[in-house]
Design a protein around this ligand. Structure first.
Ligand code: NI
Length: 180
């Protein structure tokens, strides 16, 4: 099932997500992870956090290697956390499914080590660099209620917020909400 991806400035994007207990992995959570992957491929994107679909749980999905011809390499992580970070780099042209019409360079750690649990209850440690590293940092930020626009200059952010609010006002004029 395709889920609705919340868009800035929806306040639910600012919630800090809760840890998932080991015994909380049930069919509902598995279905959520599966729906999040389907939504991510549909958008299309390479990562999605549960926060972005209005579920404040520490769950992310990622796939950096998928292709239109059906190749899939999904990663589903519960309670992911960055345990090591090293180096500084620029994540060029970063974007977010929840922040429409914006791409920006973001300074991030070049390499991270991430620890998490899988849906099968196994512990997992992953070392990543470059795009995969930036993606981990971006998705884990979502779980803490952070967006990539929090990591760009105030001037760029203010410009974007103004542009976005104007766009939302125009949309509201074009599609007025029913008054009854
Ligand atoms: Ni995002």
């Amino acid at each position: 099932m395709i889920l609705e991806v919340l868009q800035f400035p929806d306040p639910r994007l600012r919630q800090v997500a809760a840890e998932i207990a080991d015994d909380a992995v049930d069919d509902e959570l598995r279905a959520l992870a599966s729906d999040m992957l389907e939504t991510m491929y549909d958008e299309p994107g390479i990562g999605l956090a549960a926060t972005q679909v209005g579920v404040p749980l520490r769950l992310i999905v990622m796939d950096l290697n998928w292709s239109e011809d059906g190749q899939r390499d999904p990663l589903v992580l519960l309670n992911p956390r960055i345990v090591e970070r090293e180096g500084r780099s620029v994540s060029e042209n970063e974007g977010c499914l929840s922040v429409p019409d914006l791409r920006a360079d973001v300074t991030r750690a070049e390499r991270v080590a991430v620890e998490a649990r899988t849906l099968e209850g196994e512990s997992l440690r992953r070392e990543a660099e470059g795009l995969e590293s930036y993606c981990f940092q971006h998705e884990i930020d979502h779980l803490d209620g952070k967006l990539f626009i929090d990591r760009i200059s105030r001037m760029k952010r203010d410009l974007y917020v103004r542009r976005r609010k104007k766009q939302l006002r125009l949309e509201a004029l074009e599609h007025p909400a029913p008054t009854t």
